[in-house]
Design a protein around this ligand. Structure first.
Ligand code: 7TS
Length: 411
């Protein structure tokens, strides 16, 4: 898939937002785990869609509606190929990972979970892979169980054979952690979960950004991702699911598009994936995500991963030199993706991020929607630098220099 050697300066030139000055300094954007920036081809695709093709999909027989439908369904095919889904029918458009997981929790969970059943998740999860299961557990009487973490924030899998048992009906785990950057051994857990017959949901909000995803190789039943974290627009994401499971599930929402026939007392459903796509969808968002997939495919995911790996190695080396620095997550770089969560002596992470912002460096501070992870490490918050294909060693140097300013201010 790689077409040319990776050239980070050429990549940066594709992202107009990165050229700007904030607080008198050239922007260093290290918050891509929250949302990535968008390259010119994605912005152009959105613009071109609205300039030339905008119409509702699957309805009109006029030229614009046909073009909009082709672009929308074409994007679905691109995403299917990108994650190696067996068929575009298994690609359901959602608002993002959160909605994709909620869809499974509602449509599969409410109908298939009962009192005494168990749902297995991990302490490492983003709230969007915890709260939907708590809501379903409360309504069905199912019990929530957790894979615990070790002192490096890695899953403790020693007691997996007791955690996974004949009561385990559903396992929901993240591919890559947004709070620590851990690349989880998700394939092993999927295989073990399927041995006990559990349905497996993988939260791929970060996994789809920082790894090459092959849903057939992974072996799970559902994979959720967000377009906005992988160079696409906000408000569009994907639930991939096995056709036989999606076919057997009740619709998530009712409305136009998702029906076959409507009678006075009941309705019948459209085929996959439309059964799960009630109402006018985010057509431009899907088109933009298709353009993002084309963009990433043109660069090559292997090149993106190699670049991030090199950069995070450099960042870890430089950050570890700073006195008072505590970095959370695995010590081994092989288990890490493009996220570094840290605290610096007694400085509050929000103060760190405010000072970094004044230096033109954008990072996130807070609990990163992973309060259980923060609790595990006994902190309320961390500062988090997250990297993507457009970041450079100079960005890391600017971060380190700005942390020097934090140290001078706080002593
Ligand atoms: N799961 C993981 C692992 C995530 O990182 C996020 C978003 C979500 C689920 C939810 O995705 P959404 O697109 O539906 O919101 N993570 C972050 C973050 O780390 N900072 O802001 C959003």
């Amino acid at each position: 898939m790689t077409t040319t050697a990776f050239d980070v300066q050429a990549v940066r030139a594709d992202f107009p937002i990165l050229g700007q000055v904030v607080h008198g300094k050239t922007l260093v954007y290290l918050d891509s785990a929250a949302t990535s920036q968008k390259p010119r081809p994605v912005l152009d695709a959105l613009r071109s869609y609205y300039d030339l093709d905008n119409a509702n999909v699957h309805r009109g027989i006029h030229e614009l509606s046909r073009r909009a439908t082709d672009a929308y369904e074409g994007a679905r095919e691109k995403v299917a190929r990108w994650i190696n889904a067996p068929s575009p029918k298994e690609i359901v458009w959602t608002r993002g990972t959160t909605e994709a997981i909620n869809l499974v929790a509602h449509s599969w969970g409410l109908d298939n979970l009962n009192e005494g059943d168990e749902i297995l998740i991990s302490v490492l999860e983003h709230h969007s892979n915890i709260v939907p299961w708590q809501l379903v557990a409360a309504r069905t009487g199912a019990k929530l169980r957790y894979i615990e973490l070790d002192d490096q924030g890695r899953w403790i899998l020693d007691d997996l054979s007791t955690l996974l048992n004949d009561r385990t009906k559903l396992v929901a785990v993240s591919h890559v952690s947004n709070a620590l950057g851990t690349i989880n051994p998700v394939k092993d857990v999927v295989a073990r979960a399927r041995e006990v017959g559990a349905v497996v949901v993988v939260d791929g909000a970060q996994g789809a950004v920082h790894t090459r995803v092959d849903v057939q190789d992974l072996g799970a039943d559902f994979y959720a991702l967000s377009g906005h974290k992988m160079c696409g627009p906000t408000g569009i994401g994907v639930l991939w699911g096995r056709a036989e499971l999606l076919d057997a599930m009740a619709p998530y929402q009712g409305g136009g598009e998702m029906i076959e026939f409507v009678h006075r007392d009941h309705s019948t459903w459209a085929g996959l994936p439309h059964k799960f796509e009630a109402g006018t969808p985010n057509i431009a968002g899907a088109v933009g995500l298709g353009a993002a997939v084309d963009y990433l495919a043109g660069i090559g995911m292997d090149a993106v991963v190699a670049h991030e790996r090199e950069l995070v190695g450099y960042a870890l080396d430089r950050l570890r030199e700073i006195e008072g620095m505590r970095i959370y997550g695995p010590e081994s770089q092989a288990e890490r993706s493009a996220v570094v969560s840290f605290t610096l002596a007694a400085s509050h992470p929000h103060d760190i991020s405010t000072i970094l912002d004044a230096e033109g460096v954008a990072v996130r501070a807070g609990h990163h929607c992973a309060q259980l992870v923060m609790k595990h490490f006994g902190v309320a918050a961390t500062a988090r630098a997250s990297f993507y294909l457009y970041n450079t060693r100079e960005d890391v140097d600017r971060l380190v220099d700005a942390l020097g300013v934090v140290k001078r201010i706080f002593g």
